[in-house]
Design a binder for this molecule. Structure first.
Ligand SMILES: Nc1ncnc2c1ncn2[C@@H]1O[C@H](COP(=O)(O)OP(=O)(O)O)[C@@H](O)[C@H]1O
Ligand code: SF4
Ligand SMILES: [Mg+2]
Length: 338
């Protein structure tokens, strides 16, 4: 089964495959609520390789964040995860809090959309960043300071020495987001997860931060996971893209193929919604209809009520994710898109 779910076009990972950092298999997340069970993530599998960028795309509520919060052990208390997630061969799903804290300090880092919540307001930036190194890495104060300054320069924060002594509220949104990226990178994580890191920023700053991620992806060995509702964000950045709908992966392909030859109607719909230079912004479309109700997912294809190509079989039978062509997975009953 792993063969159909594994990262497309790659030989199955083995312990000797040094490039593979993370193997996620059949990850499922549900939440228990007073109204019943919510299936937020259903059987997700992927591999992450060193120095590569995987984009996770889908509308709001499609399960993007919960997938990675589960991996990081950060689900809300009514959430439950099952399946397997291995980091360098070590199972990390549902391990002890202590082990997870250690892994998060050293190997896995996440940058959220809202950078202010990740920083302590009353502490100087330099102080909070160097604590990461003095506490997790046992560095002395001088060495930590030097490393932090180096990292602030890497994320292109001008006048790093001066900024080192400033408080979070003295930074603009874009600068704070850079600080968060610097903080996440301090321990040289094997995997950096960026969850909508530019959504709160204006377009120009967004472009600068994305350029920063691109530089990191090109120049470090860190594997980058870029979570976004915006296909435009993954275009110039990611190597592969996983498209999620209703808590499932509906398409997984190399980025160019996804853009030029999508195999799933939902991906095609998302592409049609992208702003383009040759199109008036007024012509911007959204996919008509509503995302599926996760408390009552239909027995067939969850996209059927919104799919322009739906036919009889779609409402009866759920399409499984399978290889459409080498390196390209899709979950749709249609052989080819019309
Ligand atoms: N604590 C919770 N209790 C119940 N349902 C939750 C909880 N947290 C998230 N969910 C559900 O999980 C779904 C997927 O959420 P999420 O992964 O955050 O979506 P997104 O793709 O926008 O990141 C949401 O639509 C929501 O219904
Ligand atoms: S399985 Fe049917 S309803 Fe679902 S995306 Fe494919 S054609 Fe559309
Ligand atoms: Mg989210």
């Amino acid at each position: 089964m792993a063969a159909t779910h594994a990262r497309p076009g790659r030989r199955p990972a083995s312990a000797s495959d040094q490039r593979t950092v993370m193997e996620c298999r059949d990850l499922t997340v549900h939440f228990d609520t007073p109204n019943g069970r919510i299936s937020a993530v259903n059987g997700i599998s992927f591999d992450l390789q060193r120095g590569e960028c995987l984009g996770i795309v889908g509308e709001s509520g499609s399960g993007k964040s919960q997938t990675f919060l589960a991996i990081l052990g950060l689900l809300a208390s009514n959430g439950h995860a099952s399946g397997s997630v291995k980091l360098h061969g070590e199972e990390i799903l549902n391990v002890s809090r202590r082990r997870l804290d250690a892994i998060r300090g050293e190997k896995l880092a996440i940058v959220f959309q809202d950078s202010i919540t990740g920083l302590t307001p009353h502490k100087r930036i330099g102080e909070q960043l160097s604590e990461v190194l003095t506490q997790h890495r046992g560095l002395g104060r001088g060495a930590a300071r030097a490393k932090v300054l180096e990292m602030l320069e890497l994320v292109r924060i001008p006048e790093a020495e001066k900024r080192y002594r400033m408080y979070p509220h003295e930074f603009s949104g874009g600068m704070r987001q850079r600080v968060m990226v610097a903080q996440a990178l301090l321990c040289q994580p094997d995997v950096l997860i960026a969850d909508e890191p530019t959504t709160a920023l204006d377009v120009t700053v967004q472009a600068q931060i994305l350029k920063l991620f691109k530089g990191l992806a090109d120049h470090t060995n860190t594997a980058l996971v870029m979570i976004t509702h915006d296909l435009g964000v993954v275009a110039g950045l990611c190597d592969e893209v996983m498209v999620m709908y209703g808590g499932r992966v509906v398409e997984h392909a190399p980025v160019d193929e996804l853009f030029y030859a999508p195999r799933h109607p939902y991906t095609r719909g998302l592409l049609a919604c992208m702003p383009r230079a040759d199109r008036d912004s007024e012509e911007l479309t959204a996919i008509p209809g509503q995302p599926p109700d996760l408390e009552a997912l239909p027995p067939g294809c969850a996209f059927a009520p919104r799919c322009p190509y739906a036919f009889g079989r779609c409402e009866l039978e759920r399409p499984i994710l399978e290889t459409a062509q080498p390196g390209h997975l899709k979950a749709c009953h249609l052989e080819e898109l019309p």
